[in-house]
Each structure stands twice: as C-alpha cells, then as structure tokens.
Design a binder for this molecule. Structure first.
Ligand code: DUC
Ligand code: ZN
Ligand code: ZN
Length: 474
C-alpha cells in the first residue's frame, strides 16, 4: 500500500469540471492520487461535510506599489499573502509597476527584492508598462516574456501611467510577437479630466464625486477602443475590473464576432454601489476605487455576466490603503478633496468568501463555476494550468477546504490584511475556507494561520491558453 504525506478524506471534491466524493493523497507537495482506500499517510484531514477545491488564484492584486507623495500601500508581500491564504487564495498575481524612465528589468528586480522569501502564497508578477520606449519594447519585454513574465497591463487613464492609442498598439504588437497577453484598464482619461475640472470648478470635491467623474460611459468607450486596438493587432485581450452593463455589452459583442476577449469583474461591483461613496464623515473615502462601484442595475448585470459567461475571471483588485492614516485615504489633502484620496480598496481575503456566499450559498452559481471563476480560469488565462487551478495527479497540492455551513459576517477584526478597515464590514457570509494547504504545507487551520514560515515561491509562467489557441488557429 502506498504511503503519503497527507490524505484529505471524505470530502466533496469540486473542480471546474465536476463535483465528486473522493479522497486526495499528497506527496512531496504534489497531488499524488485521487480515489478511495488510497493507503496510509503521515497525516489525515477528515473533510466530512466539507468541500475541497483547488487553491484560489487571484490574478489582480496590488502590493507595495508606489502610490503618490507620502502614500503607502497597506500591505507588503508578507501581510498581503497571509491575507490571501486566509481567504482561500494560494496564488496571487500582483503587478510590477514601471514608472516613467525606469528600466522594466530593474523594476522586476526591485519587486522580487520586496517579495522573495516573504510570501505565504505563491506569486507571479504581471508587468505594468507605462513607458514603452524602444528599449522596453524591443529588448526588455521580449526578454521578460521569455523568462516567464507572460502578461502585462496597460492603462488608458491616470497621468503618468496612461498610454495613448499608438503606444497601446505598439505594446500589443510586442505581446503578439512574443506570445504574451495584454490586460487593459479601460477608462477614458480625457473625459474624466474634463469632468473633474467641471466638478472642481463647482466645488464638488467629496468622495462621491470620484464616482460621478468616472461614469460608466467613460469605461464603455475605452472598453470598445481597447477591444478594437486588440483586433487591429489580432491579439487576445483581458478587460480588467469591469463594473457595468455597457462595458459588458462591448465584451459580449466582440466575443460574438469570435474575438478572444476575456472579461474580469470584482466583488466591489457585486456588493457595493456609488451610494457607499456618499457615506457621512468622509467615510465614503473607504470605497474610492476605479472604476467606481455603480448602481443596483450594474450589480444585476455583473451577476448576469458571472452566471452567463461574459466574465471568466473574478479577481479582487486588492489595492489596500489604510483609512485613518496620513499615508492613506485621510492624508492631509485627501481629507478635503477626492482627487487626493488614493484609489483602491482591500479585498484579497474576502474575494472568495463573497463569491461563495453570494454565489454558491444563494444558489446563483454552481460549485464548478465557483472554482472556474476563482481559480481554474485564472490558471488557464495566465499560463499556470494545470500546475495550478486543478485537482489532478501531478498538480501542485494547493487545496482549500470550505465549510459551507459556517456563517458569520465579514469583520475587520478577523482579517489579516494591513488595512485598518474592510469595505465589506458586516456583510453576512455563509461558507468560509477553514483549512488551506500550499504545495502540501498547511498554512491555515481552523480559519487561522498556522504560523508556517513563508513558503511561497515565484512562478515563471507559460503562455496563456488564449494565446496558444490563437497561435493554433493562425
Ligand atoms: N486600477 C487598478 O487596477 N487597481 C487599483 C486602482 C486602479 O485604478
Ligand atoms: Zn486598473
Ligand atoms: Zn488593479
């Protein structure tokens, strides 16, 4: 009889394809066998009444990014990844952000220096290209893609980050040549600038005006443009953090024409609205992120996209700042004017509980769809499948055991991120992750960290399934 390091027995095992009763054996950090009567093990976890899924993958996370004068992100790689695993996510894809004038290779080295040896989850960097010089396009990007950094994000908004259409085309062209995948933040910067100037002239500078200066139409227009630019280059594209029906319609239309366009949405577009930015005593600042949460029809639309397939990816866009802090939301200027409130909200730990509770427990989505949206599709989209995102022999033993009956509200007190608040405070959750295993090592037990040393690794990635599919067809 075989002997293993660990057997998880009697659980309901859910993947993106099927739900079945079976045991899982783990050896040397990998899944070694599935079935019944597998043999003996050093340790057994009895998962009776529980659901076992592949470790969550959050492919949209910001950690330790520079964010403006005196502003500091609330998470470093240690706290951010601890928070991730406590929420059932064993792999995160954060960004290595190039600022104008920086060498992209130096940027990647600098992020590695911040992350290596500190992470409780596995990590793999996307690149953010803000300065597509000939050196970056001709040398750095191709070399980095060959080294396994196979995705990059470009912005259509934010001074200092935004690329113009020509620059986006040039960057997409490098992606096509090298087999990388481009992610686009779609908001029309000129429209937003125009609206901000008008608001400021009227003295409309409260947190809620962050939302009214970044309307859905500015997102829709940019989404249409990003998809069109990708079509000119004939390259796949990911439209990240989609917040509303109009932008979704652009994605659906492109897909109906056979275009390889992937849509991503986030918890804030399901359970928050622009009204949250209107909370009194400047508490609306806690919800300032871009694109902003919209209205209840947008929430309904995003659920339709989750249920119906416009969205393949459900990510957190974790971008944490402390609230009551000079280096956070309530910095000296941010206390009086929305333009200086740092953009972003924490969510890496609450992403999957919200999807499980609002999706699976409330009967909106199947367990298989939960796994696809929270894990498997991220692995396929970003070149990690089947090492990640799957429960099969030979895959990494990243396993999360969920208690589908455990009911308690989200509360800041119980979270492990570096922020001093959660935008989801009080949201009742039915179904929480209780045991989390990263490559065979238990990192969370009974819902709390085990105190295991940071064992996360950086992952070099292969090509996106979208890219290989496109290459196959060409
Ligand atoms: N875009 C992101 O992707 N994250 C946080 C802020 C932003 O604008
Ligand atoms: Zn963005
Ligand atoms: Zn983001």
């Amino acid at each position: 009889m075989a002997h293993y390091d660990l057997i998880i027995s009697n659980g309901t095992v859910a993947t993106a394809d099927q739900v079945r009763q079976c045991d899982i054996a783990v050896k040397d950090g990998l899944i070694a066998a599935l079935g019944t009567d597998l043999g003996s093990a050093d340790r057994t976890i009895d998962a009776t009444g529980k659901i076992v899924v592949p470790g969550g993958i959050d492919s949209h996370v910001h950690i330790s990014q520079p964010s403006g004068d005196g502003i500091v992100m609330a998470d470093d790689f240690e706290s951010g990844t601890l928070s991730a695993v406590c929420g059932g996510t064993t792999t995160i894809l954060p960004f290595a952000l190039q600022q104008k004038g920086q060498s992209l290779r130096d940027v990647v080295k600098a992020y590695h220096a911040l992350a290596d040896g500190k992470c409780h989850a596995d990590v793999s960097f996307h690149l953010i290209v803000s300065d597509p010089t000939p050196q970056v396009l001709g040398q750095d990007l191709p070399a980095l893609v060959a080294d396994g950094y196979t995705s990059f994000k470009v912005f259509m908004t934010y001074e200092g980050l935004k690329l113009n259409d020509r620059e986006i085309l040039e960057t997409m062209d490098v992606a096509r040549e090298t087999g990388a995948l481009v992610m686009v933040h779609c908001e029309n910067e000129d429209a937003i600038r125009f609206l901000i100037d008008r608001h400021v002239a009227r003295g409309d500078v409260e947190p809620r005006h962050h939302a009214s200066t970044r309307p859905a139409i500015a997102e829709r227009e940019a989404t249409h443009r990003a998809i069109s630019l990708a079509e000119i280059i004939e390259t796949p594209v990911v439209i990240v953090h989609v917040s509303n029906r109009q932008a979704m319609d652009e994605i659906a239309r492109a897909r109906s024409r056979g275009r390889p366009v992937v849509g991503e949405t986030c918890p804030q577009y399901l359970v928050l609205t622009a009204d949250d930015l209107d909370k009194t005593n400047w508490e609306g600042a806690k919800f300032v992120c871009s694109p902003p949460p919209r209205d209840t029809d947008s929430q309904i639309a995003c659920w339709e996209g989750i249920e119906g397939g416009v969205f393949d990816l459900f990510s957190s866009d974790h971008c944490p700042f402390r609230y009551d802090d000079e280096a956070g939301k309530l910095n000296a200027r941010g206390r009086t004017d929305f333009r200086w409130i740092p953009n972003g909200i924490p969510g890496v730990e609450t992403r999957l509980p919200i999807l499980f509770s609002e999706g699976v427990s409330k009967g909106r989505i199947s367990l298989e769809r939960f796994v696809a949206l929270g894990s498997t599709n991220h692995a396929k989209t970003y070149g990690l499948y089947p090492q990640k995102g799957q429960i099969a022999e030979g895959s990494d033993a990243d396993l999360v055991i969920w208690d589908p009956e455990l009911e308690r509200p989200i509360s800041q007190e119980r979270l492990h991120h570096g922020a001093d608040y959660t935008p989801y405070e009080g949201l009742m959750i039915k179904g929480w992750p209780v045991e989390v295993i990263l490559r065979g090592t238990q990192v969370v037990a009974g819902g709390e960290p085990t105190g295991a040393a940071p064992g996360g690794r950086h992952l070099a990635r292969g090509k996106s399934a979208l890219v290989t599919e496109q290459e196959r067809r060409a």
